[in-house]
Design a protein around this ligand. Structure first.
Ligand SMILES: Cc1ncc(COP(=O)(O)O)c(C=O)c1O
Length: 380
């Protein structure tokens, strides 16, 4: 599907400019239909668990397709933190190998899970960031034989900084460490092929660039990876056969489903499957080129206006986000919102994020509004 056809699936563009996919993707007609299907099935069939479970598997399959994986290697979890918890739990920390290497631009809840694993004997090391930039050499230099896990996001939530995952993963593996990628801020717009990325685990959630609703995330586990301790957080959906109803038997599934727990969010499954199905009808390379082209155009325009950028300008690190460093991010976001331009403030940054549904017109509109904002600032 080409960009113009893709955009037509998102009614919000009839009255607004949606630039906040880093926070929540736009609602598509397909997701609305799917959510209605869920409600109709509930109203008319009472408890159609079989159909609902099929929808969960549908979401799993769609995610697997997106990352070039097999559905059996994907666990459906409730949020990215839960996926990270399972990754930490899959490791054994000892005197020789106990370090989890992460960075200052990791999403907090993922970093918090790493910090919490110190109770089980890990040591957490942070690669520093400076002005929204994490140096690859700093990551590589900290990878030693003492590292158990290297955690590297595909794209940082803070400013769209894109990490050289394959390079970092190669060094990690050379030192016997495992690699986890939080792809939440990239999946859907940055092409992912887990067969080339070099990671052992990949986590993402359905609600941002994957265009689903809150309530569902995915954990991909590399097939053949040596199994760690049995998951401590568990439930009936981690069983070989969840519907066997055998409370005395704890038989973990042989595949990634061993990392599942209890009843998944069914409404979120309907939304995730529908959102992902739209993305899987696009060409990943074309989506990335489209988004990168818009990001470059927007970045250059805001630089011309004299705004300070928090996102990287180097194309190899630029992601789907242009982030402005401003005095009052809430105020600027509010100003834009009053003009129906929807963005996402975080601290002192205003994040303008781009998806395949955005176009040059959206960029022109936000640039015009940013110019107006400047002209209204005292002292100009
Ligand atoms: C990179 C990244 N990881 C994870 C999350 C969310 O984690 P969780 O699903 O645990 O709330 C977000 C944003 O909400 C994010 O931007």
């Amino acid at each position: 599907m080409r960009a113009e056809s893709f955009r037509k699936h998102f009614p919000i563009f009839s009255d607004s400019v949606h630039l906040c996919s880093c926070s929540e993707g736009a609602l598509s007609d397909r997701v609305m239909v799917a959510m209605n299907e869920f409600m109709t099935s509930w109203r008319t069939q009472g408890a159609p668990w079989e159909a609902w479970m099929e929808e969960v598997d549908h979401a799993r399959q769609q995610f697997a397709q997106l990352i070039h994986a097999e559905a059996k290697d994907v666990a459906v979890v409730s949020c990215a933190s839960e996926g990270a918890f399972h990754v930490a739990g899959d490791l054994r920390f000892d005197n020789q190998r106990a370090v989890i290497l992460t960075n200052d631009m990791e999403f907090p809840s993922i970093a918090h899970v790493w910090l919490a694993s110190r109770e089980r004997g890990s040591t957490v090391q942070f690669v520093p960031q400076q002005d929204g930039w994490v140096r690859t050499e700093d990551y590589l230099n900290l990878i030693t034989d003492r590292v158990a896990l290297v955690s590297v996001p595909l794209v940082s939530y803070a400013n769209g900084f894109r990490f050289p995952v394959a390079e970092i993963a190669a060094k990690a593996h050379a030192h016997g460490a495992r690699v986890v990628v939080d792809a939440y801020q990239g999946s859907g717009v940055v092409p992912i092929n887990v067969n080339n990325l070099g990671c052992d685990y990949l986590i993402s959630g359905a609600l941002k660039y994957l265009l689903g609703a809150p309530g569902m995330a995915f954990l991909w586990v590399r097939p053949g990876l040596e199994r760690g301790p049995n998951p401590a957080l568990t439930g009936w959906f981690a069983r070989t056969n969840p519907f066997a109803f055998t409370p005395r038997v704890l038989d973990y599934a042989g595949d990634a489903r061993r990392f599942q727990t209890g009843t998944p969010s069914i409404p979120a499954a309907y939304a995730a499957a529908a959102g992902l199905s739209l993305i899987n009808e696009t060409d990943a390379t074309e989506v990335f080129q489209h988004v990168s082209g818009l990001a470059e155009r927007l970045q250059n325009a805001v630089l011309d206006l004299g705004y300070r950028l928090y996102s990287p300008t180097a194309p190899e690190h630029r992601g789907p986000q242009v982030s402005l460093w401003v005095d009052d991010a809430e105020r600027l976001s509010h100003f834009l919102q009053e003009r129906s331009i929807l963005v996402s403030p975080r601290g002192q940054a205003v994040r303008l994020s781009l998806h395949y549904y955005n176009n040059e017109d959206d960029v022109a509109q936000v640039v015009e509004a940013l110019k107006d904002y400047q002209s209204q600032q005292p002292g100009r």
